[in-house]
Design a protein around this ligand. Structure first.
Ligand SMILES: [Zn+2]
Length: 438
């Protein structure tokens, strides 16, 4: 099957930042066959006239907890919510069915906003993988390893055994990469941080965890080890090119140097970090050192929207303000953090993140007919400063058209919402225990 998309404003996001104002992209099967300016030189089974719409690579969300849809809008403004109600409520009330239907709902939301690849960390990841398989997206799915009992393990660190079965079950899937990940620097013992890392090495996967995110985490490491969490990870030998540090709000200059030297990457979640008042991570210092940085929405409980457009806009506003520099991070560089740089941060830059022949056919079309999209002198500016998720008209992942005319082609959102709601009764009842804070 060969699909030809013509008359598109193609932003390839390749290293030269090639753009075609009236360009074409040819999809053959699940891959990109050819791109260029003008009409397509080849025929195809299907021709699509983009009518000047922007065509960009499928966006890459490098940090989320997608099954957490049932928690959205619960205790958003509650101080220390992770320890006061998220951890206990998760342990009491999250079930495989909630994870399956919550994941599918969150994936529908991501697809509708142009995200085709995401990195998830949660529990019952087997159900998240089932949902990802159905949704047609690309998922790097991590079973969480943590030093406390959880909804899917009666003993601390049960995620490690669960995770190994999970990895073996899903290994080799064309769109799903199974893995294990410690929850955070301070919620797993040093021994289990290393054990989890060893499993990631064994199965040659990424190693990701929350790091340098919490004030109390920084204090604990200073008091217990006289080191920052970054230096401590290095001390354990697990700050490496396979390491993706999520958040990194409180990094010192020495932490940044060390991270760059070790070849580790960063998942930056500007929306959830600033919503929580935690601070603005030093991304300027990361990028200037060549550290790969990708944007993450974080979970629907902490970041609320699963839209990269929200991250683009917040990223521009916060980083320009924090550095008092309007010219810092041009729109095209911000779009890179959600596409090609995000792919580099998760080690998938040879397969996704740009529109180039031989890469996966993960594409997003953003229409320019809506009221907020006219005029458009600079398509990158339009994506960062004007566009909304409602402007996403078509989405392809692995060559499959998953969104057309702004509507899901293979998932029934009303049915998913209904099934999720049916499964939320017990969860809502149990959440009442925390009614004074949520
Ligand atoms: Zn997170």
């Amino acid at each position: 099957m060969r699909t030809i998309i013509e008359h598109a404003w193609v932003l390839t996001m390749d290293p030269q930042n090639t753009c075609y104002k009236d360009g074409y992209v040819i999809i053959e099967g699940s891959k990109i066959l050819k791109t260029g300016e003008g009409p397509s030189p080849l025929g195809g089974d299907r021709r699509i006239d983009a009518k000047g719409a922007i065509l960009m690579p499928g966006m890459v969300n490098v940090h989320t907890h997608v099954p957490m849809i049932p928690f959205r809008t619960m205790g958003d403004d509650c101080q220390d919510r992770l320890r006061r109600f998220l951890f206990p409520l998760e342990e009491m009330a999250v079930t495989p069915a909630l994870v399956y239907w919550g994941s599918l709902y969150g994936m529908a939301e991501m697809l509708l906003s142009g995200i085709t690849t995401f990195l998830d960390m949660y529990y019952f990841e087997d159900q998240a993988a089932e949902a990802c398989d159905k949704a047609g997206m690309r998922g790097i799915l991590g079973e969480t390893v943590i030093g406390q009992k959880t909804c899917d393990s009666a003993a601390p660190y049960g995620g490690l055994a669960y995770g190994e079965d999970f990895i073996q079950k899903w290994a080799g899937h064309p769109r799903i990469t199974p893995m294990v990940c410690p929850h955070a620097t301070n919620t797993s013992s040093p021994e289990y941080l290393q054990k989890t890392f060893a499993m990631c090495e064994k199965y040659d996967t990424l190693f990701t965890l929350h790091a340098s995110e919490m004030d109390y985490e920084m204090k604990e490491f200073a008091e217990n080890y006289h080191m920052t969490p970054t230096a401590f990870l290095d001390h354990l030998g697990i700050l490496t090119p396979r390491t993706l540090l999520a958040h990194c709000i409180h990094m010192t200059e020495a932490d940044l140097d060390l991270t760059a030297e070790r070849g580790a990457s960063v998942a930056h979640c500007i929306g959830s970090n600033t919503k929580a008042g935690k601070g603005v991570a030093p991304v300027k210092g990361m990028v200037s050192r060549g550290i790969p940085v990708g944007l993450g929405t974080d979970g629907p409980s902490s970041g609320n929207t699963l839209s990269m457009f929200t991250q683009f806009r917040l990223f521009a506003s916060f980083h320009k303000t924090a550095n008092h520099d309007r010219s810092l991070f041009a729109a095209k560089d911000i779009v890179r953090l959600g596409t090609s740089e995000a792919a580099r941060a998760i080690g998938m830059e040879r397969r996704i993140g740009s529109i180039e022949p031989g890469k996966e056919a993960d594409l997003v079309m953003v229409e320019r007919d809506s009221v907020n999209m006219f005029p458009c002198y600079n398509p990158f500016s339009a994506l960062v400063y004007s566009a909304e998720r409602s402007n996403v008209s078509r989405v392809w992942a692995a060559g499959e058209e998953l969104v057309r005319d702004g509507t899901l082609t293979q998932l029934d959102l009303e049915e998913i919402r209904g099934r999720l709601w049916e499964n939320m009764g017990d969860f809502i009842k149990k959440s009442q225990e925390f009614s004074s804070i949520i």
